[in-house]
Design a protein around this ligand. Structure first.
Ligand SMILES: CC(C)(COP(=O)(O)OP(=O)(O)OC[C@H]1O[C@@H](n2cnc3c(N)ncnc32)[C@H](O)[C@@H]1OP(=O)(O)O)[C@@H](O)C(=O)NCCC(=O)NCCS
Length: 157
């Protein structure tokens, strides 16, 4: 499986599958076209047999050049637990580290237990927040009223 950069021409095919890949949650609005147009250097796709297998959308913080942020990662439901998510993350870590970043941040919903387990396996620390949901520390109202989020951070070495 080869990794290539995300392109603006991937917009329709990626956004067509995200709700399904997230178990029916409406995610499409969180992926406007601008991510496909302006974050190419730090966003990646894995394909096989012409089929989309996985994608990662990330970027370097414009506020703190030592920080990189992963906005979205998704793996085709029939190809999970095969190391594809890890492969994309390690690739992203290498790319942003080479440009001077030494930490990576991301967030997830406290309901997304698979994402929490995955990020912990990849070495992310759960950031202390100001609440707890389902036994997990969260930052309350982070994404709007009652939209609590788990915040992750990983230091790159
Ligand atoms: C989360 C996701 C990207 C993981 O991708 P993946 O390719 O299945 O993950 P990998 O096979 O690389 O797994 C890496 C490690 O995380 C663990 N892991 C991955 N998903 C897990 C889950 N649902 N529950 C428990 N552990 C999990 C794996 O067991 C593996 O651990 P190991 O060190 O023992 O090998 C994928 O499940 C997905 O696309 N989910 C829906 C979208 C989503 O929620 N994205 C994250 C929020 S933006």
């Amino acid at each position: 499986l080869t990794i290539r950069h995300l392109e603006a021409t991937d917009y329709l095919r990626v956004t067509a599958v995200v709700d399904d890949w997230w178990g029916g949650r409406p995610m499409r609005a969180l992926l406007p076209r601008l991510f496909f147009e302006h974050f190419r250097a730090t966003s990646f796709v894995i394909e096989a047999d012409g089929e989309l297998r996985a994608f990662l959308i990330g970027f370097r913080s414009q506020t703190d050049a030592s920080v990189a942020y992963i906005h979205f990662v998704g793996v085709h439901p029939q190809h999970r637990a095969a190391g594809i998510g890890r492969r994309l993350y390690l690739h992203f870590f290498n790319v942003v580290q080479a440009s001077g970043c030494n930490e990576v941040h991301c967030i997830t919903s406290p309901a997304n237990k698979g994402s929490i387990a995955y990020h912990q396996r990849l070495g992310f620390e759960l950031q202390p927040g100001d609440g707890v949901v389902g036994g997990v520390p969260v930052t309350l109202h982070h994404g709007g009223e009652d939209q609590h989020r788990v915040l992750f951070r990983k230091l790159l070495r």
